[in-house]
Write a protein that binds this ligand. Sequence first.
Ligand SMILES: [Zn+2]
Length: 338
Amino acid sequence: MTIKTLIGKKVDITQLKGVRYEDFRGHNKINEIVAKEFLKTKKKRIIKKCIICGSSRIKLKTVVMKVPFMQCTKCTHVFNKYDYDYNFLESFWKRKGNVINVHSHGNQQKYRPKHLSKPKVDYVLNGIKRKKNLKWVDMACGNGEFLSQVKKSGIKPYGFDLNEDDIKRAKKKGINAFRKDMTQFVNYALDKNIKFDFASGTGYLDMVNDPNYELRTLNKIMKKGSLLIIDLPDFNSICHDMIRYFPQQSSRHLNGTQRSSYTYKSLSYLFKKNGYKIIKRWIYGIDFYMIMNVLNLLNKEFYKSNAMKIMTKNYEKFQAIIDQEKAADTLFLVAKKI
Ligand SMILES: [Zn+2]
């Protein structure tokens, strides 16, 4: 069976990210803070094998803000050279979860649910027979923004996250949200005999030490024929080229917290290994924003230029070219449990 592919997505970049110098610098600063924390901790060890396929054929691929990333020559997966102690990660997310929550300024809070989350939920549900009592779990659900769109579509929303403030906000939106990790949440669901029709993860499988363990554990509460929706940064994108060639100006991806950077090939490998078959792929991104980001960080005054004015005005057209080239930075896949 062929994989249905959708290319391109509408975005108002001024609403989504902001195009002032402070906006670019803000994202960049977060990467600096995170890199520092992760580099200084001693609670880590060097990874010897690919965390997706287990191959020991790995080599250094790129270094961003002194954080080294390795690539597997077999499945092409890219991953942080170090594996971090669970307690370090848990305490990091507890303390810094709020610092690196970059989606919090006023405009974005209004913009994101309608323009980011709703189209994704609609895309997943398009063409699906709607049964009663459907249940959806979102891994690392944050403040429940995505799940509130799931709820609006009539599906019962569940989520888990380690950040306490986010869980409180999600609960206020009427979401069954828990301050738990995957193992704790799955144990809870098994105990209550809850099985799921949908599971989603936006930037989740790139933050965990062992993605295979996560999916194996999740599988215990997923129904046969259920859908897994994964939304991750794509290593093979123009955005990642910009980060690799201009690491000091980097933002968003390949930062210290990121354990993995997926390619289409490595994510496909992970799905197959855990019993999932890809049925849909959506290609879109904000790569052009990363090009603007580098230019603005290289010269603080650049935001005032005519070049910047034209780039902002025609943002969607520039990004559309990158989407068409299939060089966009979002890997959005829908896979079915077989
Ligand atoms: Zn591999």
